[in-house]
Design a protein around this ligand. Structure first.
Ligand code: UD1
Ligand code: UDP
Length: 365
C-alpha cells in the first residue's frame, strides 16, 4: 500500500508505481490523503496515476494537528479493510508520519522511501526533521538515497540489513519528463527569452514564513530591479502564507512573473532552461544538480549536503545581505557560475525505483 498526500510525495512515489505496474508479482493499493488538493492532483495527472482511495483531507489553513489526526483516523479504516502486507510512505510530510503510525497501530510493516535524511535541528525543517525521525522509528525497511543517509540510520541504531541504498526516486521522475525541445502548455513560459539570465524561485518552508521569507524575497527583488538582463519566474506555492508574502514584495515589479504552481513536466523542463534557481525546496536541491543548474538554497541548513559538497548547491540562509551577495556573485562572476554549473548525480542514476522493486521482490516473493 502506497500512501501519499502532497506534491513531492506523488513525484517521488510515481516512478515506483510505474515500475511495479510492469511487474506482475504484487497487488498494490494507492491511498491519496490529499493533504494537498490541487498540487497533489496535478502531479498525479502528469504520471497518469489514479488512486484507489482519496481521503480529500485538505482544509484551508490546516494545522499540523489537523493533518495528523485526520490521516491517522482515515488510515485506520483503510488498513482494517485492505489489510496490506506492507505500507510504503515517502519522505517527511505529516501524511507520511501519520500513515506510518497508523500502520504500526495495526502491526503492519512500514517501508520508508527517502530514509535517513537529517539536518540535526528538530525545528528546521519543521516539522519535517521530527517527522522523518518518527518514520524511521516506525519503519522496518529503509530505502536510503545516499550512503551518508544510510550512515545516519546506522548511527541511530537501525540494523544494516534493513537499509537499502537506492538513490533518490526523484531522479527517475526527472528522467521521465525532461525533453530537449519541450513546449510549455503555458504561453507566458514559451515567450520568455531564455538567453537572458532567468532566475527561477520557489519557497514554502514553514519555519521561514513571515519576515524571514520576505527578507529573502526583497533581496531577490532588488537584484532583478538592478539587473536589466534578468527576469524572475516564481511559481507560487498555494499556501496563503507564501502567496501573501510573494504579492507584497513582487507585485508591480518589472520582469517578475508570479505564476501558479506548474505541473511537474513544465516545472522540470523550466528548471532545465533557466540560468539559476533559488529555492528552499528539498526536491529541487536533488533535481537541479543532475541538470547542471546552480542552486542557491534560501535556508539556514540543509539535509542535502551531498549537493553542497559536489559544489552545485550553495547555502545562503534567509538573511537579505547573504541572499543578495550570493545571487549577485553568480550573476556577475562567470567563474563562480561555471564552477557551480556542472552536472553531477549525488542522488542517483534514475534507477532507484527498480532497486526498490527488486528488493521487494527478493524479500517478499
Ligand atoms: C507540505 C508539507 C511539507 C512539504 C510541502 C511540499 C507537512 C507538515 N508539510 O507543506 O513537508 O515540503 O507540503 O509542498 O507535511 N494549499 C492549497 N492547495 C494545495 C496545497 C496547499 O490550497 O494544493 C494551501 C491550503 O490552504 C493548505 C495550505 O496550503 O491548508 C498548507 O498546506 P500544508 O500541506 O499544510 O503545508 P505545506 O506548507 O504545503
Ligand atoms: N515542483 C513542481 N511545480 C512547481 C514547483 C515545484 O512540480 O511549481 C516540483 C519540483 O520539481 C520538485 C517538487 O515539486 O520535484 C518539490 O516540491 P516542494 O518544493 O513543494 O516540496 P519539498 O521538495 O520541499 O518537500
Amino acid at each position: 500500500m502506497f500512501v501519499l498526500g502532497t506534491r513531492p510525495e506523488v513525484i517521488k512515489i510515481a516512478p515506483i508505481i510505474k515500475a511495479l505496474e510492469k511487474c506482475d508479482k504484487f497487488l498494490f493499493v494507492i491511498c491519496a490523503m490529499a493533504q494537498h488538493r490541487e498540487m497533489m492532483d496535478t502531479a498525479l495527472e502528469v504520471f497518469n496515476i489514479k488512486p484507489d482511495y482519496d481521503a480529500d483531507l485538505m482544509k484551508s489553513g490546516q494545522t499540523l494537528t489537523d493533518i495528523t489526526v485526520r490521516v491517522l483516523s482515515k488510515m485506520e479504516s483503510i488498513l482494517l479493510k485492505e489489510k496490506p502486507d506492507l505500507v510504503l510512505v515517502q519522505g517527511d510530510t505529516s501524511t507520511g508520519m501519520a500513515a506510518a503510525l497508523a500502520a504500526f497501530y495495526q502491526k503492519i510493516q512500514v517501508a520508508h522511501i527517502e530514509a535517513g535524511l537529517r539536518s540535526g535541528n528538530i525545528y528546521s525543517p519543521y516539522p519535517e526533521e521530527m517527522n522523518r525521525k518518527i518514520i524511521s522509528n516506525l519503519s522496518t525497511f529503509h530505502f536510503a538515497p545516499t550512503k551518508s543517509n544510510a550512515d545516519n540510520l546506522l548511527a541511530s541504531g537501525v540494523k544494516r540489513e534493513n537499509i537499502i541504498i537506492t538513490g533518490n526516486t526523484v531522479i527517475d521522475a526527472l528522467h521521465m519528463v525532461i525533453t530537449n525541445d519541450y513546449i510549455f502548455p503555458d504561453e507566458v513560459l514559451n515567450k520568455i527569452d531564455y538567453t537572458k539570465k532567468i532566475i527561477l524561485l520557489t519557497a514554502h518552508r514553514r519555519e521561514y514564513w513571515g519576515e524571514s521569507m520576505k527578507g529573502a524575497f526583497k533581496a531577490i527583488r532588488d537584484i532583478i530591479i538592478e539587473n536589466p538582463d534578468t527576469e524572475l519566474i516564481f511559481p507560487v506555492h498555494l499556501n496563503p502564507n507564501v502567496g501573501d508574502a510573494a504579492k507584497e514584495i513582487f507585485s508591480q515589479v518589472e520582469r517578475v512573473h508570479l505564476i501558479s504552481p506548474l505541473d511537474y513536466r513544465s516545472f522540470a523542463n523550466l528548471m532545465n532552461k533557466v540560468y539559476l534557481i533559488l529555492t528552499d525546496s528539498g526536491g529541487i536541491q536533488e533535481e537541479a544538480p543532475s541538470l547542471g543548474k546552480p542552486v542557491i538554497v534560501i535556508r539556514n541548513e540543509t539535509e542535502r549536503n551531498e549537493a553542497v559538497e559536489a559544489g552545485t548547491v550553495k547555502l545562503a540562509g534567509v538573511d537579505y545581505k547573504n541572499v543578495y551577495a550570493i545571487t549577485k556573485e553568480l550573476l556577475t562572476n562567470v567563474n563562480s557560475y561555471s564552477d557551480m554549473a556542472k552536472s553531477v548525480n549525488p542522488y542517483g542514476d534514475g534507477k532507484s525505483s527498480q532497486r526498490i522493486v527488486d528488493f521487494l521482490s527478493s524479500h517478499f516473493i
